[in-house]
Design a protein around this ligand. Structure first.
Ligand code: ATP
Ligand code: MG
Length: 788
């Protein structure tokens, strides 16, 4: 188990790994080995006498924790690595809270509400309070409450210091603190915690029960945190509670990659770490081991534009590499085609596997276009985030049953299934149950069980139906005592009537719902088997629910990812690396997001996000933008992102040189002006083509100085059908000389071969076989292509 630190780490990394005299902070740019330092440090601690169960490592995703554990297992053996405490803040804290639930008035079976549950509960509270949903939008209220919780502000604290927490909201939404108070109470009655509560209650547990805190301080002799720049105040405070005495803490992060402020992440945690822990030893890592020199320099030139940052000199000693290719597409659909074609081309040229590619976008909605482009070409891909498996309706229904069986007080689960499958319990009855429960400060389930005690005014028929539902759930509660998660899961799905309901109708949509439920059951079986292998024979429904409640966007639903192209948001890509990265949709109001408005802080965060995106690439990086995009149900015209201008142009490869040129004359000159000054479309009175003005700019030739030094020019010789320069622009194109056998590149359909040419003048048409789009007949008068 002896690790050759000198061989596998550079000098500064080695110093950071072996430093053990107090708190330490590793602050360094992307790809400089921060995660590697953390991993090796854990191995080092194990070698130097620490027990694995005394080490706590907090990562940003469960997947990251798993990978880190696997790497450590290879170094110190699986048996030792198994006992390490590793996971996200939320999963580790929920584990602690389940063990100590009685201290804070919960049971260890508490439910974890997801965002949709919280929103639904807030919506009913807003309605019950007679407030206007247009003023009190559940999403906005939820964000306010979440923000308060991430600052450890409970409803009492909120009410006591409303000026501080409400600001102008106090005028716009004066009832927020009352909603918060009610929400807090209702979650407690339901035995439920939302994601933020997992932090708040852990903090309260440690604050109010010093003996419990002492136990965990003793347990965790060393705490390590990855991606520290994205911790919020609550997370920072809990780490401080645990490490205050022994100061055995090592955090790693990069202020330039802080991208979660919308979730309460506070960049100050890293900026002021040395003030919180005055004896901190700071380590800086400057060598990037991930990316080519060009990619590192391009990323540096971008992030330099941010004012608020710790300046770093990141360099790479890897090869210079190719310049970053910039693609401009006419439409979002074309952007999908360009990227898919480029993937195919790179695979041919460099023999990359599909898993060497990632397509990163700003918003989940952008994935569809790329999915279509890849599917059309039978290229395998996997997609993270978006509507995950567990958010599908039929899965949520099943899970609601599971939740109610584990915790009958769970209000959101109760409301979801009290009348699903239909059992004749209408909204009026549910409304009565809610108001009786609220009046008496008890859960919906308690009200259902004791209707007389809580004054529930219902007729006999309804009473019978409610008691039927109660008997069904109680039957499952009894049965689960001696069944594992999989066995009781199967019983519930069968006996609740869900499977019947789904099987009743044989439409393809219902068929896929049935398959999804079967998939869930298989997943439960695998989960139980896996845990059994790890030495835990009794896997309960609670264990299963805990596991799925805490999946992050980056934690794939399925274990086997295989040889596939990765599609994900930039946020989810944090910490990862790929040989080839496409950052797409680089348009104003998309990336940077339209939400930025005129806030310089928000803009800097978007720029950091773009920095994260570029720095995922090891060998090739491509940036693309589309001039038209279908958004919110309509076609929008976009202009190139200002971030393209932030990158030193020496590191960029212009559109035509990137291999997707329109024509030589549509070259770098105009493109450069576009990214320097926004689109020139409106400024030019001359004929406008789908790619901009087709007149004066046409004469510009690509200039040598805008090509990255050392980058092979690889200019394709381009001729056009008309022998002039307007190929691939709209308007009539002369067909002189177009013959069968010639190869062309069409603006929309890509590469193709002319099969035959018929007719003359305005009626001339050609039959063209396109590589990716099949055979098409094009009226040459309108066709937009060039001969290559
Ligand atoms: P990020 O900021 O994106 O989280 P990071 O600083 O955590 O990046 P790592 O992911 O730890 O960086 O390392 C980046 C890549 O460089 C990894 O593939 C890692 O294995 C490799 N690497 C790090 N240090 C060295 C080294 N000393 N020698 C060789 N490869 C290294
Ligand atoms: Mg990392």
């Amino acid at each position: 188990m002896n690790i050759n630190y000198i061989k596998e780490l550079n000098e500064s990394q080695c110093a950071a790994v072996t430093y053990n005299d107090g708190p330490s902070l590793v602050i360094a740019g992307a790809g400089s080995g921060k995660t590697r330092v953390l991993t090796y440090k854990i191995a080092y601690l194990l070698e130097n006498g620490y027990n694995p169960w005394n080490i706590l490592a907090l990562t940003f995703t469960n997947k990251a924790a798993r990978e880190m554990k696997e790497r450590i297992a290879r170094q110190v053996g699986a048996e030792r690595a198994r006992y390490l405490w590793m996971g996200t803040f939320h999963s580790i804290f929920s584990r602690i809270l389940r063990a100590e639930a009685q201290y804070i008035g919960f049971t260890s079976q508490f439910t974890i509400y997801d965002t949709a549950d919280s929103k639904s509960l807030l919506r009913s509270i807003i309605k019950e309070m007679g407030l206007d949903e247009k003023t009190y939008k559940p999403g906005t209220v939820q964000a306010r409450i979440s923000n308060a919780k991430n600052h450890l502000v409970t409803p009492t604290g909120y009410a006591a210091n409303k000026e501080a927490y409400e600001g102008d909201m106090a005028v716009k939404m004066p009832a927020i603190r009352d909603i918060y108070t009610r929400y807090w109470e209702r979650c407690r009655q339901a035995g439920a915690m939302d994601f933020d509560d997992l932090l708040v209650y852990t903090y309260i547990l440690f604050r109010d029960y010093p003996e419990v805190l002492a136990r965990y301080q003793d347990q965790f002799r060393y705490i390590l945190v990855d991606e520290y720049q994205d911790t919020n105040y609550a997370q920072h405070s809990i780490v401080l509670q645990l490490t205050k005495e022994n100061q055995h803490v090592c955090v790693v992060g990069d202020d330039a990659q802080s991208i979660y402020s919308f979730r309460g992440a506070d960049i100050d945690n890293i900026l002021y770490f040395t003030k919180t822990y005055p004896n901190t030893k700071v380590f800086k890592l400057e060598q990037n081991y991930r990316s080519t020199q060009t990619i590192v320099c391009a990323a540096n030139s971008l992030i330099e534009k941010n004012e608020r940052q710790i300046r770093k000199a990141v360099f790479s000693e890897k090869e210079k590499g190719e310049a970053i290719g910039v693609f401009q597409a006419y439409s979002d659909v074309e952007e999908g085609d360009i990227v898919a074609n480029k993937v195919a081309e790179l695979r041919r040229e460099y023999h990359y596997g599909y898993a060497d590619f990632a397509i990163l976008y700003r918003t989940n909605a952008q994935s569809r276009i790329f999915e279509e482009a890849l599917r059309k070409r039978s290229m395998p891909y996997k997609i993270y985030g978006g509507l995950s498996f567990y958010q599908r309706k039929e899965i949520k229904d099943v899970i609601a049953y599971f939740r109610l069986v584990v915790n009958p007080n769970d209000e959101e689960a109760f409301k979801r299934i009290i009348n699903y499958p239909a059992r004749g319990i209408g909204d009026t009855t549910v409304g009565k149950i809610i108001s009786a429960a609220t009046d008496h400060g008890v859960s919906l389930w308690s009200t259902l069980c004791e209707p007389l005690t809580y004054g529930l005014n219902i007729n006999k028929g309804t009473h019978t139906k409610l008691q039927g539902f109660r008997a069904l759930i109680e039957g499952f509660i009894t049965d689960q005592a001696d069944k594992n998660a999989y066995e009781i899961g199967v019983d519930i799905i069968r006996q609740s009537g869900i499977m019947n309901d789904v099987c009743q109708d044989t439409s393809p949509e219902n068929l896929s719902r049935k398959e999804n439920i079967e998939e869930l059951v298989n997943g439960m079986n695998d989960f139980c088997a896996l845990r059994q292998e790890e030495g835990n024979p009794n896997i309960s429904l609670t264990d299963f629910l805990s596991e799925i409640a805490l999946l992050t966007d980056q934690d794939s639903d399925k274990a086997d990812d295989g040889e596939k192209i990765t599609l994900m948001t930039v946020h989810s890509a944090k910490g990862l690396e790929f040989k080839n990265v496409f950052v797409v949709g680089l348009e104003e109001n998309l990336f940077p997001s339209g939400m930025v408005g005129d806030s310089p802080r928000a803009l800097e965060e978007e720029r950091r996000l773009f920095y994260v995106a570029i720095t995922r690439a090891e060998e090739h990086c491509y940036l693309s933008f589309a001039k038209t995009r279908f958004r919110y149900g309509k076609m929008e015209f976009g202009s190139p992102s200002r971030f393209l201008r932030d990158i030193d142009i020496h590191y960029l490869k212009m559109p035509h040189e990137a291999g997707i040129s329109r024509s030589v004359d549509e070259g770098a000159g105009r493109f450069r002006r576009e990214i320097e000054g926004g689109f020139t479309r409106s400024a030019s009175p001359s004929r406008t083509t789908p790619f901009g003005s087709a007149s004066s700019e046409r004469k510009e030739r690509p200039k040598a100085q805008i090509i990255a030094p050392g980058v092979p020019r690889n200019l394709k010789k381009v001729s056009t059908v008309s022998g002039g320069s307007q190929a691939m622009s709209s308007g009539p194109v002369s067909v002189a000389g177009l013959q069968a056998g010639q190869r062309i590149e069409h603006e929309r359909f890509g590469l193709g071969e002319v099969m035959k040419v018929e007719g003359t003048g305005d009626n001339a048409k050609a039959t063209i076989h396109f590589k990716n789009a099949g055979e098409k007949q094009l009226l040459l008068r309108f066709a937009r292509f060039k001969v290559i």
